[in-house]
Write a new protein. Sequence first.
Length: 250
Amino acid sequence: MTDLLTASQLEERLREVGATRYHHLHPFQLRLQSGACSRGEVEAWALNRYLYQACIPQKDAIILSRMEDAQLRREWRQRIIDHDGEREGEGGIAKWLKLTDDLGLDRQTVMSGKLALPATKFAVNAYLSFVRDRSLLEAIASSLTELFSPMVIATRVSGMLANYDYVTKETLAYFTARPVQAKRDSDFALDYCKSHARTPEQQQAVIGALEFKCSMLWTMLDALEHAYLYAKPWPDAFQPAGQADRQAAE
């Protein structure tokens, strides 16, 4: 990219990234929301996804620490509160643990991350390294997947409630507040990127940051699909009930 885009052209390019690369298109995501996943696959998804959920406030704390402008920090710190809560038992992470609790997973095991797939751990660490090592502009741009999350959340929640009798609205409470929070956060981040990406190189960096984040989320689902549908989990990873019997039958 050699020409400077207008702010509206840059936004259009970013939305194109989401339309073609966001994980709403991933086969595992489509199976999850259509009811095609086994209970073990749903459990594996929730357990592995916890590592990503838990890293979000860590990621935002890293970004916050790099901001020199106090107003910018005041705006960004709400993201940490949304996930950590103001006190124990509140916030998005606690609600995700409600999801894994309702699926019958041991809370301490989930929080330890020891049964997560190696690719999940690698993806989460790569995300933390990205926001630490790249420019602040790129770190903020990597959060722009929130532009697209509300559409996935609505489809995921309705599909899971319709197709899995062991899932309730309370089980999926994490997703209740996320569309509003995601819109607030993505509006802010998008405005920041449109106003601070002032050269073609900076605009390309913003687009590349969003592509990286989409690939990171896609990779996590690739790993789940491979381990729990086509092959077998890593020896130290989560083993759903009946996994050994399924593999023996195959």
